[in-house]
Design a protein around this ligand. Structure first.
Ligand SMILES: Nc1ncnc2c1ncn2[C@@H]1O[C@H](COP(=O)(O)OP(=O)(O)O)[C@@H](O)[C@H]1O
Ligand SMILES: [Mg+2]
Length: 315
């Protein structure tokens, strides 16, 4: 156990009368990767900026490794690497030169830089590009250099604000892969994202935030168990539109189906207590009822359902 921690106590930020973050109480501890999930405008960047003293709270306080960011900024931030709205790296610099500048700013002794810089370039898989000018790099490669910059002083805590957002699919996959690797070295990683699969792919735990309020913070496993209510749903597409009578007589009456939702005339969502055998039985039942099934597929995960329902609520 690394024993590192990120904590917010009643952290609140108002912009005029608008409450961007509303009394956030969050305590994250250990070595793991925690996803800070929420739609655009939820308050993620605002939170991360207060955690790194880029913004001052309206009320409340943040702690990194138990040290108050508001009262003892310098000491608190020593333990922490940050990627929030990184400026473009100067195009005629190479990654090595850019990292030397950051390492100087971070007061990393030159002898140590000689070890750290190659190590972080390796960690973000940019060793082969260490001495090429950044100007010609893809956005994904530049972002990997930015991640390396956050790592250069070897901080145990990493705060990353939407590290993969704005990249093309390949760049996103690469950055995700790097982030997945970050937690291996006993680090505590706190990463914001508005993209659910990014969080479920990479993180061990998730804190869901919307409209400045924390909705829950738990392990992915617990969240899934808590919100699935022991049910899964299957989406079924049919060749022909189904009438209400068809749905009642041929679908809803099949054993193993708890509830039927008609998504559109040719598409149903079926809820079942689940299990592959149960699902197979339902599919056979549909076909024996004379319905032409085009596709039959488990639909959204429990967390996805929760996330989508949260996003659509009250916006
Ligand atoms: N400097 C600011 N002045 C006024 N409103 C702001 C400012 N910064 C952020 N906001 C508002 O606060 C809310 C949360 O923003 P932000 O933390 O950037 O959300 P997220 O990062 O989750 O997309 C948004 O509604 C945003 O418009
Ligand atoms: Mg943001």
């Amino acid at each position: 156990m690394g024993g590192h921690s990120i904590e917010t106590r009643h952290l609140t930020k108002q912009f005029g009368k608008f409450v961007a973050l509303d009394a956030l109480d969050l305590r994250i501890e250990g070595s793991k990767c925690v996803g800070f999930l929420g739609p655009n405008g939820a308050g993620k960047t605002t939170t991360l900026k207060m955690l790194t003293d880029m913004l001052f709270p309206s009320s409340g306080e943040c702690f990194l490794d138990g040290i108050s960011v508001q009262k003892d900024r310098k000491r608190a931030l020593e333990a922490c690497g940050v990627l929030i709205e990184s400026p473009e790296i100067y195009p005629s610099l190479t990654p090595r030169q850019a990292l030397e500048m950051v390492a100087d700013l971070r007061n990393v002794p030159v002898a140590e830089q000689k070890i750290r810089i190659p190590a972080v370039l390796e960690e973000v898989k940019m060793s082969d590009w260490a001495d090429k000018k950044v100007g010609k790099f893809s956005k994904g490669m530049k972002q990997r250099v930015n991640i390396a910059a956050a790592l250069v002083h070897d901080p145990p805590i990493l705060l990353l604000d939407e590290p993969a957002t704005g990249l093309d699919p390949r760049g996103m996959a690469e950055v995700r892969d790097i982030v997945r690797g970050l937690k291996k070295r006993n680090r505590l990683v706190f990463m914001s994202s508005h993209i659910l699969p990014e969080v479920t792919d990479v993180c061990d735990e998730v804190a869901l935030i919307n409209h400045g309020k924390l909705l829950f913070y738990d392990t992915l496993d617990n969240v899934t168990a808590k919100f699935s209510h022991g049910q899964i749903s299957v989406d079924v597409n049919f060749v022909h539109p189904l009438s209400d009578a068809d749905v009642a007589a041929k679908v809803a009456s099949l054993p193993g189906i708890v509830r039927v939702e008609q998504l559109d005339p040719r598409r149903l969502r079926l809820y079942t207590p689940g299990g592959p055998e149960e699902e197979a039985k339902i599919l056979r039942g549909l076909i024996s009822a004379g319905l032409d099934v085009v596709s039959f597929q488990e639909s959204k995960s429990a967390l996805e359902e929760v996330y989508l329902s949260q996003i659509s609520r009250g916006d």
